[in-house]
Ligand binder design. Sequence first.
Ligand SMILES: Nc1nc2c(ncn2[C@@H]2O[C@H](COP(=O)(O)O[C@H]3[C@@H](O)[C@H](n4cnc5c(=O)[nH]c(N)nc54)O[C@@H]3COP(=O)(O)O)[C@@H](O)[C@H]2O)c(=O)[nH]1
Length: 945
Amino acid sequence: MQRDTVSSLPIQWPDTDQGIPDALSLLLSKLSTSVFVLHRDESTQLVQMRYLAGASLLLPFKSSSNFCQDLNAFIPDTESSQITDWLMGDATFPLCMEVSICHANQTRYVTKLILQRDATQRQFYWGGLLDQTVAADQRDYLQSLFDNMSSMMWAKDKEGRILFANAAYYEWTGQSLLGVAGQQESEWLPSAEVEAFMEEDRKVMASQSKLETEGPASNQFGEVRWFDSWKSAVVSHGEAIGTIGFARDMTFQRSVQSDVQLKEMLLEHARDMVMLISFEEPVRLTYVNREACVALGYSRDALKSMPLSEIDGGGLVSQIDLSGHHAITAERIRFEASCLRKDGTTIPVEVTGAHLLFADNVYFLAMLRDITATKQAENALREREQEFRTLAENSSDSIARFDVSHRVKYINPAFSQLFGCASQSAQWQTPVQLFGEVDGTVYVRYLNQTISSKAATQFEMFWSSSDQERFCVLIRLTPELDHEGNVISVLAIGRDVSELNDYRQKVHHLAFFDNLTGLPNRAMFQDSLSQMLHESAQYQRQSAVMLIDLDLFKEVNDTLGHPVGDQLLCQVANRLKSKLRSNDLVARLGGDEFAVLFPEIIHKDDVAVLASKLLAAFEAPFWIGGREMFMTGSVGIAYYPDDATSSEDLVRYADAAMYAAKRAGRNSFRCYNSEMTRLANERLALEVELRQALARQQMVLRYQPKVSLDDGTVVGSEALIRWQHPELGLISPDRFIPLAEESALIVDIGRWVLKEACLTVSEWNRQAATPHRMAINLSAKQFHSSSLVDEIPAILEITNCQPDWIELEITESLLLHEDEQVLRDLQRLRIMGITIAIDDFGTGFSALSYLTHFPIDTLKIDRSFISSVTSDPYKAGLVRAMISMADCLGQTVVAEGVEDMDQAMYLRQNGCQIAQGYLFGKAVSKAEFEQLPTKFFVPQDDYVL
Ligand SMILES: Nc1nc2c(ncn2[C@@H]2O[C@H](COP(=O)(O)O[C@H]3[C@@H](O)[C@H](n4cnc5c(=O)[nH]c(N)nc54)O[C@@H]3COP(=O)(O)O)[C@@H](O)[C@H]2O)c(=O)[nH]1
């Protein structure tokens, strides 16, 4: 940086022989400091000062090269004796002190005195003692003097060659005296620097002026320092013949200055209030920063003029140790106080400070931070804490807070009550200590999950109180985070949901358990099946589905009523459960259908063995209301993965197997095979085709003769339907009547059978001497679901059939509930002249009282009694009882399924009137029937059985 400096008066280069030394004297006279030497008189011990050069204004005398005066004549004793002590001592470091120089007019001028010992160890100081012998040689003296100066000095000729330079110059440039003499600076200084210097030199020489600059300069070592420089043209005989200059190294001062400025700036711009408190009475502020003025509302001057007590809103003065004792330790203290603002309001502050000892005075440097926001936050926190505490303490929910090491920090009274632990004893306990190993471990797992995910979670815990009351507690864990988002604790809120749980369990039970038997229901079965298949696939296990259908359960229901059926189902359920392992699931799918899941089977045979055991479990009689009952079941089994892998297919296949067992005569089990699928598909196809069978005239009737046991003549027949399928041939009614019963088709089929049978019997009776009576089957469903009775007169009329030519066969189940409508319909049929037969008599479960209540004409004893009537005395007894009962009621007895003459003769001998069975022929077509003999045997009264 260049100061303005071109002087109008150039320095006159002395025109003497000595040349350069004179120029140096001139140079010295331009120094802004006074240069002097001190001389100590050994005898008097007085120190004399001799002025040499430089600014003389500071001195109390005129500039004179031969001035010499006692030091203590113009410097106070205390200061001069300090200088004397230093001179006499061995200290090698410079003496730096402030001195008060007394001028002649008694004014005092305080300036800085720097004394430096001669580097050559002679009694020679920077401005030091001059050796008497050296005084004669002024050039050496000056060179020594210059060499002991810290500023660089030099003189150059017109071409910029160095004529003279001092030690400071050599040191900065790294050159020796010999090295620089007569050389240009470009030899040792960076070219950019040299170019700038030369430009300056040219300038001052051209203008014959001087130049002062300030700025950085660098040397060949790359070192950069800050210099205050002065240079001037040397003029001889009106012509510039060179330059002289010196440069003062200001790097340190500059850095110190900028350091101080920086610190001042920091203090000024600090966001906290900074105060320097002086302990001189009254205790007051000697420094305040801008923030303090702004915060307290005073000007800086106002603050600095007032005692500290005026801004003390409480605790400020009282907490600062005014004794100054702490200044010795410089211990930092911190406290909270309150400052009083100019407008009378107060600010809470946190004071951090330390006592300082400076120039024999004690100060307190204080930094005051406005903690209004912190206090407000603390208050808000306290309020929230209070609110939380009030809520928590009075909450009916149990509340606990755990730290991240799972230790209890807080529990509320509800927690104490629910879990039976006192607040004090629960402190710092872990869940394992509180709830035991099992529940505690689960609890810790959820705590860890909450901590790691930083998200709320909930779970249910079951807990038994000390009086063994069982609770279900819903626990919600919420992570509590610090301002950096780290989990610092977990809040656990527990709600007693025992009632809800009971209700939920009831709902669950209703949804997933069968109300009657308590077994899992179809929904639960489906769920468990899916789960089982999932695990089977995962662990590559074999598993199985078993379906159990009770045989003829419908008859029980129909004949003995639903309450009995329900009890039977419950007993069946219990027997099934008792035979299965705990991990096998037995479910009731509905009606009389049960299912069992076997999640893990080693050998398929194991399931088959179990199926046998289950069937065997039915062998013992069931006792219901003091009545002994027998029940069997049909079982179907399908295996995963051999038979199927999907739940739908497995159930379908087990169902097919179960039907196969039924078809095979019931009370047995079947394992699925692909043939069953074929049959099941066929059954489905049949169902579809059955709908068109009537329209396509595929239904036909076959007739089985009924023979009088009295004389062996054919007295009638039973019309039995067949389906003449174009591809499957003649299909038995066992295969399609149940299908037809499942839909309304049975009504149409029944109407067709009635019409067709009436036509046939009408034709046969047209010329017959003895009327032929044809039995026609009516299913219970057909009876209930149609206006059959209303239609009969019209059918009889159009077929020209007399009512007494037909007999309608119904099953016992139709009469079970003593239905008034059924009674009325049967009575109407009786009135029409149509007789009624009970089919399959003896297989039902109804009370025999219906025999007297309803208009029944004929009892057809079921073939299951007849087949062993000659071999089983028990069955024979029953048959005799049935015949005798019918006899009492005036009813005709027809024996079904008579297959040999022994049976026929036994029945004849015991009073049975009519027989039907393969002994006389199977059901045949109308044409074939017409070819049958009219008499099948000649009765022999002496027939030996
Ligand atoms: N609602 C209707 N049901 C009908 C009709 N036609 C028949 N059926 C019922 O179908 C079941 C099977 O009948 P079917 O295959 O015709 O069998 C009958 C006889 O063939 C058979 N039977 C006759 N004698 C013997 C014998 O000595 N041994 C022996 N093993 N079986 C014999 O019995 C069936 C007749 O039984 P039932 O009707 O109980 O007298 C059967 O339940 C029929 O009722 C119809 O048109 N409508």
